[in-house]
Design a binder for this molecule. Sequence first.
Ligand code: NOJ
Length: 796
Amino acid sequence: MNVRKLGLLGFLALSGIFSNGFAQKDTDKRVEELLAKMTLEEKIGQMNQVSFFAVDDKAIAQYSDDDMDTFLVRMGIAGGQDQKKPSEMTRDEKTALIKKAAAQILDNNITQPVRDGKIGSLLNIVDPGMINKLQKAALEESRLGIPMIIGRDVIHGFKTIFPIPLGQAASFNPQLVEDGARIAAVEARSVGINWTFAPMLDISRDARWGRIAESLGEDPYLGGQLGAAMVRGFQGNGNLSDPDAIAACVKHFIGYGAAEGGRDYNTTNIPLHLMWNVYLPPFYNSVKAGAATLMTSFNDNDGIPASANDYLLKDVLRGKWKFDGFVVSDWASMTEMLAHGYAKDGKQVAELSANAGVDMEMVSGTYLKYLPELIREGKVSMETVDNAVRNILRVKIRMGLFENPYVDTKKASILYTAAHLNAARRAAVESAILLKNDNNTLPLSESKKIAVIGPMADAPHDQMGTWVFDGDKNHTITPIGALKADYKHINYVYEPALGYSRDKNTSNFEKARQAAANADVAVVFLGEESILSGEAHSLSNINLIGVQSELLKAVKSAGKPVILVIMAGRPLTIERDLPYADAVLYNFHPGTMGGPAIFDLLFGKANPSGKLPVTFVREVGQIPMYYNHNNTGRPFVGNEVMLNDIPLEAGQTSLGNTSFYLDSGKDPLFPFGYGLSYSKFEYSNLDLSSASIPVNGVLTVKATLKNVSNVEGTEVVQLYIQDKVGSIVRPVKELKGFQRVSLKGGETKVVEFKLSADELAFYGRDLVKKVEVGDFNIWVGGDSNASLKGSFSVTE
Ligand code: NOJ
């Protein structure tokens, strides 16, 4: 080999191309070597995931006396013949007995099966000592020494809790989202967790659905960008074997967010074009960003439960996208096919899911029980099992679990560091959306006397939001906490008026009104407790819950300016509340550092820059309403006759009528992408590099953004397009780019986007992704009603 060739090889190796190739070959070789040594039972063991919630002092402290008694009696530990009755025992005695029983269950049901090679993954164990002990059983006490992958729902932070994903999406800031996921990974890995079930990429167009909180909103482009950023953050930017990386799991594949009526777990009916153009793209992006694993969803789409959908799991995910990580079911989503009426028994469940391409079963155990029999009967092939195991081992090897399986318990875990808390504060700042600010009520002067009112002003648990298993409310800084810590000089009185969001006791309303009357301004903290959104927490009425709207009215009647600060898990229907607030700052549950972040914004230490990742409807009956809808044949024109203008005994007519509601019109309360700032931005000079581009071309789009105020601020500049005529009907608008642009007062900047053919392409009539020639509209602006408009065409 000559020197020049050697030089080239060296360059290739340095640039990673070659080394990746080697690494891949090496991984494949190791997978095959291991597989060759495995018995069928050991293979199936890898496909089995088991959950165990530690029964420690902290968990037991939360049990009621009744819970404890039931446990003791059911376990045959108390209340039987010759046994003490629970009523004769102290709580300490009961605690000791429960802990002893739990340790025995752990030994029999987890540790021994791990030694026997029957468990490939555990979820919900977070104690480093226990994780190490079990990992040791896998590595040193089992025949083949295959490590387990340890999962946990680390959704928006592990201990340091960031805003809920819907809030993070409002930042329109991929770097911020990536940094948040990185911190979550560092914290989780420091106690031994190496796999998270996030990001959730379900497109959600229905605020009744509780899990909208966990979503990245309604838009496939935004969700795609931010989901990939989260994957990079969790997985250490591509190096899964980093000692502080954790494997990501994109979920729920697929359609779960389109549950009928927003009722969790419900049927979805997503036709193929919609599937390909809206629901699949965020998953594709994250798979391309290297997501190591993927989770199926609970719903059936068009009659086929996701954990048995071979078209999506095999043809799409493996065939077209070349995904080489592993697929896990959702929690018992496989056995739920019995209730769906899709499988007649557990054996058929295992057959359907294995053959559809679900590699690992979460908690429901049918693989362990029935796969040996199914293989003997030829209903599932050995190759299917081998491929599933290959997928799982490949990820474990890539994660470096064989080399680096244990947590170093001598090193302190890395939790709640100052850097993490600062990042969470910044994330909460960028996630807040200013919806209203009449007469520049905000920012507040620090010399004003403030009446702080409302149940969310000091709700350390609820402020963290849904899907928090590990965050400790004692670390949360609420708005009241922030006033005590960071804003000690502020003159304020605090009158919660309600104990929690659902509290209906109005007896303190007068006190709240008085407090407002005696102050210069009232800041009213309303919203939702964290348990009112999230999994299995759908609502049919999404007004401010309980009597909170009445509280707001009572405070307003004091005649002082009112600032409404909302902390919620979903976009609530707040139209009826707007007249009673001079300014509204909306926070999707903002996490550990929400309090300081909110006061930073209220006092103008920070300038709001969040934009809505979902449409805010006026009435729940408008749902689903989303900006990127198709046009009807009778689009709204603006001079429609509304409900109150219809003459009495009007004759039947549909002529001249369009698609809208007689009572609430066609518009939402706030459109997608909307959000105010203390600065004022103006857009001008839309400039396209060409009036037409070829199908493989790139259009350069420029627009001038001016900060016409004297306040420094950040604007999320958004670019939308419309493909005017397509082989299938195209949405009226689609987000295709966004940038956060910071400008000093009076400053101007030309913002530039490169719009490539790929962004204009879609899955048309023939379900092939391509750009169709024709005319396009284009808009640049600060929300989805952007008015700076141009047009261009795409030619052959
Ligand atoms: C059920 C949820 O749907 C899923 O998102 C979660 O990751 C699993 N439970 C594990 O807790």
